[in-house]
Design a protein around this ligand. Structure first.
Ligand code: AMP
Length: 281
């Protein structure tokens, strides 16, 4: 496994080895790696890609400075996991490498309402930061396949939209959410939960599963009230719970409103923000 910290080193390697002609599989991450990230890596390895993983805590996608400050950093352990998974390259750039002072502005992509709802509404500027870092990383790595987790449902829809508008083809491979044994979606931020909060956290997914089992019988408006009530009673502070069309991310009023529907939730336990989702249809 090769580790590169600069764009110049990475590009020199990719050019020398003529790797741009191979299928490069790319897994962008912010580190503090867990089995969720590693499931994306496994998928790329199974596809026999030349697998590149990046670790970069992107400061411009954090709308809350405290969240950025305490974001877990576990570089040594991350490298050990990636080495054990036999990936080809790790890219560990600095902020200066990703956002050099002579950086060109990114093209004007169009996302419509995709970036305005849910995470977009509650985390102002978040998706501008995600889109910028993804454009920059994709321009550097030039992968043929990009692996992203369905855990961040809205993010992978938005990046899919961006790929449709890019000048070279990149195939997005969405990967299922990896969960802990009690159902909690794995997340780097889970390590920040207190033991008491960690005990409560799986309720989020438990409630999503309840929603799925009742979505056909109970009107969606009623379900929304119920979810908000149950989460609040369990100690969560709810940012949003939305039931939306998977393609447009527009809320649906009834189960018949769209061919494919996903329920998405974001809620705080203390000051740790958790997100999750479940496909209803
Ligand atoms: P992050 O490091 O949180 O930016 O995540 C990097 C990638 O890993 C994103 O595509 C995430 O959607 C994905 N990811 C994070 N958590 C999980 C999980 N529990 N299961 C599957 N993919 C995940």
């Amino acid at each position: 496994m090769l580790v590169f910290r600069t764009v110049a080193e990475l590009n020199a390697h990719l050019e020398k080895a003529k790797l741009f002609d191979y299928t490069i599989g790319f897994i962008p991450t912010m580190g503090a790696l867990h089995e969720g990230h590693m499931s994306l890596v496994k998928c790329s390895k199974l596809n026999k890609d030349y697998t590149i993983c990046s670790i970069f805590v992107n400061p411009i996608q954090f709308n809350n400075p405290l969240d950025l400050e305490r974001y877990p950093k576990t570089e040594e352990a991350d490298l050990a996991l990636l080495e054990a998974a036999k990936i080809d390259v790790v890219f560990l750039p600095s902020v200066q490498e990703i956002y050099p002072s002579n950086d060109l502005p990114i093209p004007n992509f169009h996302f419509g309402q995709l970036t305005q709802v849910m995470e977009g509404a509650f985390r102002p500027g978040h998706f501008d930061g995600v889109i910028k870092v993804m454009y920059r990383l994709l321009s550097i790595v030039k992968p043929k396949r990009l692996y992203m987790g369905l855990k961040d449902f809205q993010q992978q829809i938005i990046i899919g939209k961006m790929l449709e508008q890019m000048e070279y083809p990149i195939h997005l491979i969405p990967c299922e959410t990896t969960r802990d044994i009690d159902g909690l979606a794995l997340s780097s931020r889970n390590s920040l939960l207190t033991p008491a909060q960690r005990k409560v956290a799986p309720i989020l997914y438990k409630i999503l599963k309840e929603v799925k089992s009742r979505a056909k019988q109970v009107p969606l408006g009623e379900l929304k009230h119920l979810v908000n009530f149950k989460l609040t009673a369990s100690g969560f502070k709810v940012d949003y719970f939305e039931v939306v069309n998977t393609q447009t991310l527009i809320p649906v009023q009834s189960f018949e409103d769209a061919p494919s529907i996903v329920a998405c939730v974001a809620a705080y336990l203390g000051d740790i923000r958790l997100i999750d989702n479940i496909l209803l249809k």
